[in-house]
Design a protein around this ligand. Sequence first.
Ligand code: 6PG
Ligand code: NI
Length: 187
Amino acid sequence: MLPEGVLINGLTGEVSPGTGKYTKRLSELREIFQDQTELDRLVEVEGDPVVYEVIEYRKEGSDLFFGTTTMEPGKVSGEFFMTRGHFHQRRDMGEVYYTQSGHGVLLLESRKGETKVVRMDPGVCAFIPPDWAHRSINVGSEKLVFVWVCNVDAGHDYGDILKHGMRKIVVDRDGKDTIMNNPHYSS
Ligand code: 6PG
Ligand code: NI
């Protein structure tokens, strides 16, 4: 394993050299939005838009890896485009999110049910403590691009958030991003 400089484009999220990537489209995120009828309509009329893309740089045998998440702007009935949201499988492993461009909200929830919000603006490096669920939400009108750095063993636990939702949602109210209680949250 040798050291290497990796070029990250803070406007497009491109990682050179990258070692893997995936894309999430709106139809794959149906369960996490409030208004699924409107989501189905958007998928139909807009041809299933991309919501976010994740590109990683990972070296076999390393303890750390990093990459970018690039989120498109968009809304479903006023609810901003967001990631699935997850806890890490390893409860002792946190993460770092360093925003490069765009404007977002990082919604965090502890196992005890505390909610925290960290604004994602260019230059803000967010500390995600171990065992806090995290979801990023693009509240701007441009791409939201952030760099994440994580332990390779952290893993993802999507089950909890998928089943119960998060306690808060982020919606556009009169042109302003607003944090509200999730009416569909189930404990
Ligand atoms: C991770 C990071 C990050 C995240 C993406 C997509 O643990 O790998 O938090 O890369 O996975 O931003 O978010 P979801 O994994 O919640 O869809
Ligand atoms: Ni994570």
